[in-house]
Design a protein around this ligand. Structure first.
Ligand code: FES
Length: 121
C-alpha cells in the first residue's frame, strides 16, 4: 500500500455535499476534536470549531465570504487560512485538508497550524 492510499483512507466523512450549500457550515466530531466545515461559494474549508479565545462554536458565527465572526466576543477568523483577524482572540485556528469525493465532504483530521496576526487577510 502506498503512503498516498493510506493517507486517503484517513479522511473522515463529514456530510453529503448537497447538505452543506454555499454559505452554510456544519461540524464533525472526531476523536474529541470538533471540526467546522464551511462552504464558501462552493469551496469547502475546515477549521477548529472552537474559538481560540474561549469556548464558542465558530460554525455558529456569522459569515461573510471567507470570514467567520465568533458568536461570543466577535473575533474574526479567515476560514481558508485560520488566521485570526481581530481581538480578543490572538491565536489562529487550525485548518484541515478538505476534499469532496463521490458527493461526500471528507476532512483529514490532521491539524495544520493557522497563521497568526496581523489583523489582515
Ligand atoms: S470566545 Fe471567541 S472571541 Fe471570545
Amino acid at each position: 500500500m502506498t503512503p498516498e492510499i493510506t493517507r486517503m483512507a484517513d479522511f473522515v466523512r463529514v456530510a453529503a455535499a448537497a447538505d452543506v450549500p454555499p454559505g452554510a457550515a456544519t461540524v464533525v466530531e472526531h476523536e474529541g476534536r470538533r471540526i467546522a466545515v464551511f462552504n464558501v461559494d462552493g469551496t469547502y474549508y475546515a477549521i477548529d470549531d472552537t474559538c481560540t479565545h474561549e469556548e464558542a462554536s465558530l460554525s455558529a458565527g456569522a459569515r461573510n465570504g471567507e470570514i467567520v465572526t465568533c458568536p461570543k466576543h466577535g473575533s474574526r477568523f479567515n476560514v481558508r487560512t485560520g488566521r485570526v483577524l481581530s481581538l480578543p482572540a490572538v491565536v489562529p485556528v487550525n485548518t484541515y485538508p478538505v476534499k469532496v469525493d463521490d458527493g461526500q465532504i471528507l476532512v483529514l483530521p490532521e491539524p495544520q497550524r493557522g497563521r497568526g496576526m496581523p489583523h489582515k487577510v
